[in-house]
Write a protein that binds this ligand. Structure first.
Ligand code: PMV
Length: 313
């Protein structure tokens, strides 16, 4: 048995814009997925088979000796599914890392794992920016920009989200999205094709917000940070990826702080998790508990993908 773990993520600012070559500021979170591979009778799973094939093709191309064999697997995850917290990317990253070692007996660099996980994510989602798998792979805080398909600028920031910001940050469950990430990316693309000037302007503004938010972290400026959360939410609403239900919830939460959706969003029902900066933690927690809305305190992860264990089973 071989097992690897990979964290989920939160896009602090720049979702969707990142698909158009704008930067995104992303943090890995302390919710993890564990993937275990066993040398066993095969379980049929199309997605996992695709990951296994991608890894084998890569090993063959790089002329790394490997031993093809049947497998079965197990996934255990603390990352809520389909809510913008990167559960799919965490699975791709942990599974790629595990298959690489399963077939070749070797451990690989994070860059390699990340490149392969990106190939896998491309199969699962249309035209992904690669930001999700990157932050799950490296952990910490990342300023990410995809220049070209073959060139992605991954800046691992050497500072953390300051304590005075992190201790007021929450992730609030705004409900599962009916749409997939792929559908939401396509929606934005259609809007872009119809109203290019407006969307270009919006994307440029989101870029500014992302940069200012990054500065707010360096300067430990909680006020600027919260303003950028608010600004980002407004732009995402104009982009048309926030549902009525989520807007209503944000309105109700107004007296406790400011929030934005994080990830691809959704419009039919929920828009996934809300990243919320609270000015009144007690009031917020009381409200959420009373209304039975799931939430957890935001906590950064710094490890990224991690080898857990290996044994003869
Ligand atoms: O909802 P998620 O976690 O899949 O985030 C998607 C982020 C997008 O910018 C909308 C798409 C992408 O590929 O970056």
């Amino acid at each position: 048995m071989i097992s690897y773990q990979a964290p989920g993520k939160v896009i602090l600012s720049g979702e969707h814009a990142v698909v158009y070559g704008k930067p995104a500021l992303v943090s890995a979170i302390d919710k993890k997925l564990t993937f275990r591979l066993f040398q066993d009778k095969k379980i049929k799973d199309e997605s996992l088979d695709f990951i296994a094939q991608t890894v084998k093709k890569f090993l063959a191309k790089k002329q790394v000796k490997f031993f093809d064999r049947p497998y079965s697997f197990e996934v255990q995850s603390e990352i809520p599914i389909g809510r913008g917290l990167g559960s799919s990317a965490a699975l791709s990253v942990a599974a790629v890392a595990a298959f690489l070692e399963f077939y070749s007996g070797k451990k690989f660099e994070r860059e390699m794992i990340n490149n392969l996980a990106y190939e896998v994510e491309k199969k699962f989602h249309q035209n992904p920016s690669g930001v999700d798998n990157t932050v799950s792979c490296f952990g910490g805080l990342i300023f990410y920009r995809k220049e070209f398909e073959f060139l992605k600028n991954i800046s691992l920031l050497n500072f953390k989200i300051p304590k005075k910001i992190e201790e007021n940050l929450f992730l609030i469950d705004g409900g599962q999205t009916k749409e997939s990430t792929r559908e939401m990316v396509e929606r934005v693309k259609e809007k872009y094709n119809k109203k290019q000037t407006l969307i270009e302007e919006l994307l440029a503004r989101i870029e500014k917000t992302t940069k200012k938010m990054t500065v707010s972290l360096v300067k430990e400026d909680a006020n600027l940070f919260s303003q950028m959360i608010m600004e980002n939410e407004i732009y995402l609403e104009i982009l048309g990826i926030v549902s009525k239900k989520t807007k209503k919830l944000l309105e109700k939460l107004q007296s406790f702080g400011v929030g934005k959706i994080t990830g691809a969003g959704g419009i039919k029902e929920g828009s996934g998790f809300i990243l919320f900066f609270s000015f009144n933690k007690k009031g917020l927690i009381d409200f959420l508990e009373k209304n039975k809305i799931d939430f957890f305190a935001f906590k950064q992860n710094f490890e990224g993908v991690k080898f857990l264990e290996k044994n003869e089973n």
